[in-house]
Design a protein around this ligand. Structure first.
Ligand SMILES: NC(=O)c1ccc[n+]([C@@H]2O[C@H](COP(=O)([O-])OP(=O)(O)OC[C@H]3O[C@@H](n4cnc5c(N)ncnc54)[C@H](OP(=O)(O)O)[C@@H]3O)[C@@H](O)[C@H]2O)c1
Length: 362
């Protein structure tokens, strides 16, 4: 998923003041740009405190963008997402729930009966992480996410490295002081972080590129297609998926494998990894492409593929289809994200993977 974080702060680092009125930090030119960026994503996410304090509607206002989304068969507004631990003081009367035409998701650690019918409430069975939110949204078809704050939520995504870009807009002529300050947000970029600077309407905007690992989408799609090609060599089985895998090692060497290629208990990732290890390839920092999400539970082998990928120090894992819940409930992508890997799903190729596994759905 492509993830953009966005925040506008005062010259002294506040997202808001402590009054009941919403503080306008952006200049009109900057706000126009934020709205344009928002519309380039599938979903917008905020923390529960932002809903309670500001009651934002989080809509796409540009009529031409709404029309173009409708023409593509999409709902005119992008999906809205809110994150809460407690569910406290979230009401279905909030504009988040009542305005616009969009899917609405609430990520919560507690059931919130009041929101039934107003949104899909997704309850966590462990403390909420950005990795889990990203994984659950991807499973619902969201491919790009705009995280608009507040400070706690921005920190949640930054601390886990779940961000491709941070757009930080500073209003140099607005200073409110600690006595009046509300939520504060500071960001110190890691050394050598690429940054683009702009000045819309007098704002000082820095757009930082924060990807965990460099990659190109075109390369990802090329190797993912190779993984799908490898999966076509599998003998269809009613007890396992037909999966293909490709490893691109740091030195550019490539290894492929497919389910049961050399052993009736081997998954595609294991087959490719075994070849790479036999060739003495350095897998630390490598990328593994798998047509389907690497597994997280094994009965016939001591270690799952996602655990093996983490243990060997792969930097990236890329796949096309989340493992369906046919055999077990897979959390391979989530486990790898939590371990710090850059995990990318390309659902554009998911149909091909489903077709290769057509024998299982019939
Ligand atoms: N200038 C800007 O660009 C901008 C943009 C957005 C917001 N804001 C401002 O930011 C302020 C709010 O910022 P904030 O930092 O106080 O709050 P926030 O980030 O909007 O929301 C914090 C809330 O999110 C939930 N939350 C946070 N981390 C969580 C986790 N790991 N798991 C589950 N839930 C979690 C908790 O909800 P519960 O308490 O419900 O459990 C927490 O109280 C508002 O004043 C708003 O105006 C400014």
């Amino acid at each position: 998923m492509r993830i953009t974080l966005s925040a506008a702060v005062t010259a002294d680092g506040y997202l808001d003041d402590n009054s009941s009125e919403r503080l306008i930090v952006s200049t009109p030119e900057d706000w126009t740009e934020v709205r344009r960026l928002r519309a380039e994503h599938d979903a917008i996410l905020v923390g529960a405190e932002t809903l309670r304090r500001d009651d934002p509607a989080l809509l796409i206002r540009d009529e031409s963008r709404r029309a173009s989304r409708r023409a593509q068969g999409l709902r005119p507004d992008i999906a809205k997402v809110v994150v809460t631990r407690s569910g406290n003081r979230l009401s279905p009367a909030m504009r988040f729930f009542t305005e616009g035409d969009a899917e609405r998701y609430v990520f919560s650690e507690t059931p919130i009966p009041a929101l039934e019918g107003a949104a899909e409430v997704i309850i966590a069975d462990e403390p909420i992480t950005a990795a889990w939110i990203v994984t659950e949204l991807e499973k619902r078809g969201i491919e790009s996410l705009f995280v608009e704050g507040g400070a706690q939520i921005l920190r949640l995504f930054l601390n886990e490295g779940e961000a491709d870009t941070l757009r930080l807009a500073v209003n140099p002529s607005l200073r409110i002081g600690a006595e009046r300050g509300g939520a504060a947000f500071e960001f110190t970029p890691p050394a050598n972080t690429p940054v683009v600077r702009e000045f819309p309407g007098g704002m000082q905007v820095a757009t930082y590129r924060l990807r965990k690992a460099e990659f190109s989408e075109a390369e990802d799609l090329k190797f993912l297609r190779q993984a799908i090609e490898a999966s076509r060599r599998c003998t269809p089985s009613t007890t396992s998926y037909s999966v293909g895998a490709v490893i691109v090692a740091r030195d550019g060497s490539i290894f492929t494998g497919y389910t049961h290629e050399t052993s009736p208990t081997h998954h595609a990732e294991q087959e490719a990894i075994a070849k790479a290890l036999a060739a003495g390839a350095a897998l630390r920092g490598a990328t593994i492409y798998s047509s389907m999400e690497p597994c997280s539970t094994r009965k016939s082998e001591p270690e799952s593929c996602s655990a093996l990928i983490v243990r060997l120090g792969f930097a990236r894992a890329v796949f096309a289809l989340y493992e369906p819940d046919c055999f077990v409930r897979c959390r391979g992508a989530l486990n790898m994200r939590l371990a710090g890997l850059d995990v990318r799903c390309y659902p554009a190729l998911a149909e091909e993977v489903r077709a290769v596994n057509g024998h299982l759905w019939r």
